[in-house]
Ligand binder design. Structure first.
Ligand code: ZN
Length: 283
């Protein structure tokens, strides 16, 4: 696979490290920018109208505001916000967005059970989290703002004192089912990919082979994609990966770490199926 960014962009100490919003894709009808968060990615997609994938943490929402100001785009051009799953590091920036714009919020239909029925959310076990060490060098703590700590107590956080209390301080306008389109952007399809969480989804553009994978597939700091070992349902994740393997993917844009070009989807599935996580990472 080819990296969209080389690791050197992050580690060689050049000013690139300070660039927190970078254009990573361009075609006649839209562009994609990656907003580098503390440890998570936010993506802005569009031309005159935009949608955001995973608004991340409050400081990420602040970077989106700055991006719109710097590019002289009206705040209203931010039409839709979508999160790949209901975890604090992916939904934690949504409320901050409403301080300057009023986008549609679209989340997977499973989330309705968390917020309307106060159904507690299941989080993956810590043992899986410890396997995420290949991500550590990609963290960018210097981006962190004090307000970002607030995500620890938000809905979607395993540290929230009462996990059944998921009432949100913003409205969810659209609950997305598998096969739905991003509201207002019908070339972008929702693919329900449970595994990391039950509401996990990917967003896919078949014309260009672009796949936003959220936390279903991540990449190491060197740009090697791998299925997330931090999951709530291993067999569901395997089925999700099998579905993704059938897609043409030219650009894999993960929720954490580095986007890559031309990932070998079958290899990701095989490495996961055979439990070769460590080997896969190191070869
Ligand atoms: Zn995440």
């Amino acid at each position: 696979m080819n990296l969209i960014f080389s690791p050197g962009d992050i580690y060689d100490g050049r000013d690139v490290k300070k660039v927190m919003v970078e254009e990573i894709f361009s075609c006649a009808s839209f562009k994609i920018w990656r907003v580098k968060g503390i440890f998570q990615n936010t993506y802005i997609v569009g031309k005159k109208r935009f949608f955001v994938v995973d608004p991340g943490v409050p400081s990420s929402a602040g970077l989106i505001k700055k991006f719109l100001e710097d590019t002289k785009l009206p705040f209203e051009s931010l039409h839709t916000v979508i999160a790949t799953h209901f975890h604090m590091d992916h939904i934690g920036g949504i409320k901050t967005l409403f301080s300057f714009c009023d986008p549609l919020v679209a989340l997977h239909t499973q989330v309705r059970r968390y917020i309307n029925h106060n159904e507690p959310q299941q989080f993956p076990p810590l043992s899986g989290f410890l396997k995420l060490w290949p991500l550590v060098p990609a963290l960018e703590w210097h981006h962190m703002g004090v307000r970002d700590l607030s995500i620890l107590f938000m809905p979607g956080s395993p540290y929230r004192p009462d996990k059944s209390k998921n009432a949100l301080d913003f409205n969810v306008d659209v609950f997305l089912k598998d096969g739905a389109r991003v509201p207002g952007f019908n070339k972008w399809q929702i693919i329900h990919t449970p595994g990391h969480s039950f509401d996990s989804l990917c967003v896919y553009n078949s014309e260009h082979g672009i796949l936003f994978t959220g936390d279903t597939i991540l990449t190491t700091y060197r740009g090697e994609p791998f299925a997330n070992p931090f999951h709530v349902d291993e067999s569901a994740l395997k089925k999700s990966l099998e579905r993704l393997t059938r897609l043409k993917v030219s650009f894999l844009l993960p929720g954490h770490s580095i986007p890559v070009k031309n990932p070998n989807m079958l290899r990701i599935l095989n490495a996961f199926t055979h439990g070769n996580f460590n080997k896969f990472v190191s070869d």
